[in-house]
Design a protein around this ligand. Structure first.
Ligand code: TMP
Length: 212
């Protein structure tokens, strides 16, 4: 990598079981095969002390008020921002499974105010691209296995989450790419890889923005 060229911040968003984890792994593998410096991340990042509380909440072994868990998800992103920024500036592309938009979508789907949910995300690094894997009918997602083990994995709730993602997607259309999650893994990957390959050289000399 030549001096000064930064990596891209690429996010996958969508409902539970929409294929984000598979697609983010495939993208990392693909970019690595091109000789690029790339790392995978996911939020929630469950290993920190905040992450461990989130994990206890998600696995139903701990209850917390909706506002408190919302702020913990956000704090979990904030505690990793310096490291993320450093890696981007060193030229590493980060492929991240979930980010601020999941924070907003899941909490707003519970009934919390949308703007209140978004406020703690302001100032975090702005993604260069978000791949929104738009879910087919929620009951289709339920057939993808292991649905229902964690707190939010309920068909009706996922439908509400999808509505919030749709709203964010139309507001943030300039860097969101809505993709049909019901197509084959290979077809979806081909679309994702094509967009990512075009993106990387474009952002390499651009400053890193913040969410506003
Ligand atoms: P995961 O299955 O991708 O590890 O995410 C765990 C759950 O946490 C998933 O149902 C989405 C939810 N979530 C939030 O509610 N707020 C957030 O900020 C994030 C990142 C995830």
């Amino acid at each position: 990598m030549s001096a000064g060229k930064r990596g891209a911040l690429i996010i996958f968003e969508g409902c539970d079981r929409s294929g984000k984890t598979t697609q983010s792994r495939l993208l990392v593998k693909h970019l690595k095969s091109k000789g690029l410096s790339v790392l995978a991340m996911n939020f929630p990042e469950r290993s920190s002390s905040i992450g461990q509380v989130i994990n206890s909440y998600l696995t139903n072994s701990k209850d917390l008020p909706d506002e408190v868990i919302h702020l913990m998800f956000s704090a979990n992103r904030w505690e990793h921002m310096n490291q993320v920024k450093q890696q981007l500036l060193e030229g590493t592309t980060l492929v991240v499974d979930r980010y601020s938009y999941s924070g907003v979508a899941y909490s707003a789907a519970k009934g919390l105010d949308f703007d209140w949910c978004y406020a703690p995300e302001r100032g975090l690094l702005k993604p260069d691209a978000v791949f929104y894997l738009r879910a087919p009918a929620a009951d289709d997602l339920a057939n993808r296995g292991q649905y229902g083990e964690e707190r939010y994995e309920k068909v009706e709730f996922q439908g509400r989450v999808a509505k919030v993602f749709d709203k964010i997607c139309s507001k943030e259309a300039s860097y969101w790419h809505q993709l049909d999650a019901s197509q084959s893994v290979d077809d979806l990957h081909a679309q994702v890889a094509g967009i990512a390959e075009e993106l990387l050289p474009k952002v390499a000399n651009q400053p890193i923005d913040k969410l506003s």
